[in-house]
Design a protein around this ligand. Structure first.
Ligand code: MSP
Length: 522
């Protein structure tokens, strides 16, 4: 399989985050995964768009705002400005847009969408009684509940939030979702990679096969939401509103050309919100006669002490707790390398520190410093021209080519951890090469001058290839490395599918340690 061709359109999204609380590393995890994909595609010349944002309506936000004595809009504005937008800097995101569901460009087009479904007969009035989890903003089935413990012992609680659910009885508007069960099953069948990974697909298939209910899509007991256009005593159910961000942000309802250009998207979501994206969302789009998403990828959870990390369970870790010490590059690298994308992963400070030291500081950073220092010392900083290549040099060039191709193929499968692993074969290959070739020994023998120059040339070339290939994951370190290597332009503008072809520049400049040692207090 060849990697995708030039100029394809690539639109990647994260979930939009609830502003009831500040970001933790679980949220930042999806953000960096989407960011790496976006940067990779941009470096491949694809017409790329990366969207993220905030989900600001619904009961959960309303309650938090009320508890804090402010209006929900004030609360949302504060959290967005003080916590969610700063996160973009903290982890070095290259998003093209940030949508807030309280913006007119969203609200107006949610109303258009809803009116269209109403006019075409996909919405009707009904009554619903059920158990509602405000944490999930979702009605729960009996099977979704578990026995509570601690202060909730003796009660049935939400399996995700471990908090009691509320019995609600309401007259609502309903979306005829059940009408789309067959069409959804046909979609999963015809496009086996629509829902990924396989485990997520199986869960969704089993869920839809067991039968689909219609969906209650409005609420009248509170008013913090988008008003239902034909009945202002109701607001739109927060998930129905939120899912539409993926199309309102790219022009649905107001800029047809932009919509055509961007849509459909690749959605990255946590596995807990998979059904909303792989069942409800495509059904909504089918009802509106719009194309369904390109794919929906359900990633795993970050676990702390074996449990899903969450603020409500007080296991939440703020991204800055990590980036203040290790930097944003290490944050990005660690979570995408240590966890197979799609699986759960346990976070521990020891593991983070160990990988930082062995892989980033010793593996990559040290390689870069040593090679550049040797070019400075033995060649006055001038990148030498190579002599005849030996088998060892050719082997490095082969790794460069293979890593470039296989990493790109892994990215197309959304296997980010595998892509990094492939690139790392070049880090390891170059380290082994330097150890074996011993340029410091060659430097002592004038008759080995040509060999020394060939080895340093090969090593510099390898580093340039690494800078280009690692730029999506380590944007800051690779920018420094690229400058030190004398590369033309900015590293993030170099074509990633040609990374292996980089043939060096004129001279090197000094390079500070890319990943300085970090002492632990333990
Ligand atoms: N607002 C909804 C999404 C609407 S999308 C149209 C929402 N927001 S959220 O803020 O609660 O969660 C956003 C994302 O964070 C989800 O994908 C969720 O899986 C993810 N995570 C929350 N805790 C997490 C971990 N501990 N680990 C990994 N991801 C986690 O749901």
């Amino acid at each position: 399989m060849e990697p995708m061709s030039d100029g394809s359109s690539f639109f990647v999204t994260t979930p939009i985050f609830y502003v009831n609380d500040v970001p933790h590393i679980g949220h930042a995890y999806t953000e960096v995964a989407a960011d790496v994909l976006a940067r990779w595609h941009r470096q491949r010349g694809d017409d790329t768009w990366f969207l993220t944002g905030t989900d600001e309506h619904g009961q959960k936000i309303l309650r938090t705002a009320t508890a804090n004595g402010v209006t929900p809009q004030e609360w949302a504005d504060k959290l967005v400005e003080e916590s969610w937008k700063p996160l973009l800097e903290t982890i070095d995101l290259s998003n093209d847009d940030f949508i807030r569901t309280t913006e007119p460009r969203h609200e107006e087009n949610v109303q258009k969408f809803l009116q269209h479904l109403y006019d075409t007969g996909f919405i009707y009035t009904g009554e619903y009684e059920g158990y509602y989890c405000v944490g999930c903003e979702e009605y729960k089935q009996a099977g979704d509940l578990v026995d509570g413990s601690g202060e909730y012992a003796g009660q049935r609680v939400c399996a995700i939030h471990s908090k009691p659910v509320e019995l609600l009885h309401e007259k609502n508007y309903f979306f005829k979702m059940s009408a789309f069960a067959e069409q959804l099953l046909a979609l999963y069948e015809e496009r086996p990679d629509f829902v990924q990974p396989e485990s997520a697909r199986n869960e969704v298939l089993a869920f839809v096969r067991s039968g689909l209910d219609d969906l209650s899509i409005s609420r009248s007991s509170f008013d913090w939401g988008v008003k239902v256009p034909w009945d202002e005593s109701h607001v739109v159910y927060v998930w129905f509103d939120a899912l539409l961000n993926y199309v309102t942000a790219v022009g649905y309802g107001q800029d047809e050309a932009e919509f055509e250009r961007r849509w459909p998207a690749t959605h990255l979501v946590g596995k807990d919100i998979l059904r909303f994206h792989a069942v409800i969302w495509p059904a909504m789009l089918m009802a509106a006669g719009l194309p369904v998403p390109h794919r929906v990828f359900g990633h795993g959870w970050l676990l702390v002490g074996g449990e899903k990390m969450s603020k409500s369970k007080l296991t939440g870790i703020a991204p800055t707790q990590i980036t203040d010490t290790f930097g944003s590059d290490a944050f990005r690298y660690y979570f995408l390398r240590a966890i197979s994308f799609g699986q759960d992963g346990s976070f521990s400070w020891e593991d983070l520190h160990a990988r930082y030291t062995s892989e980033l500081a010793n593996g990559f950073g040290n390689l870069a410093s040593r090679v550049i220092a040797m070019v400075s010392r033995y060649c006055d900083g001038v990148i030498p021209a190579p002599g005849a290549f030996s088998e060892a040099d050719v082997a490095i060039q082969a790794i460069e080519r293979t890593a470039t191709a296989t990493a790109s193929i892994a990215i197309d499968r959304l296997a980010i951890h595998e892509a990094i692993h492939e690139v790392w074969t070049l880090v390891d290959g170059l380290n082994g090469y330097i150890t074996e070739q011993e340029p410091w020994a060659l430097a002592k023998k004038p008759e080995e001058r040509e060999r020394l120059e060939t080895v340093l040339y090969t090593a510099v070339r390898g580093l340039g290839t690494l800078a280009v290939l690692l730029s999506p994951v380590l944007p800051k370190a690779t920018a420094k490395l690229w400058t030190a290597l004398g590369g033309d332009g900015a590293v993030q503008d170099q074509r990633i599918d040609h990374a292996w072809e980089w043939s060096g520049a004129a001279s090197v400049a000094p390079l500070e340690a890319l990943f300085p040692r970090i002492e632990t207090t333990e």
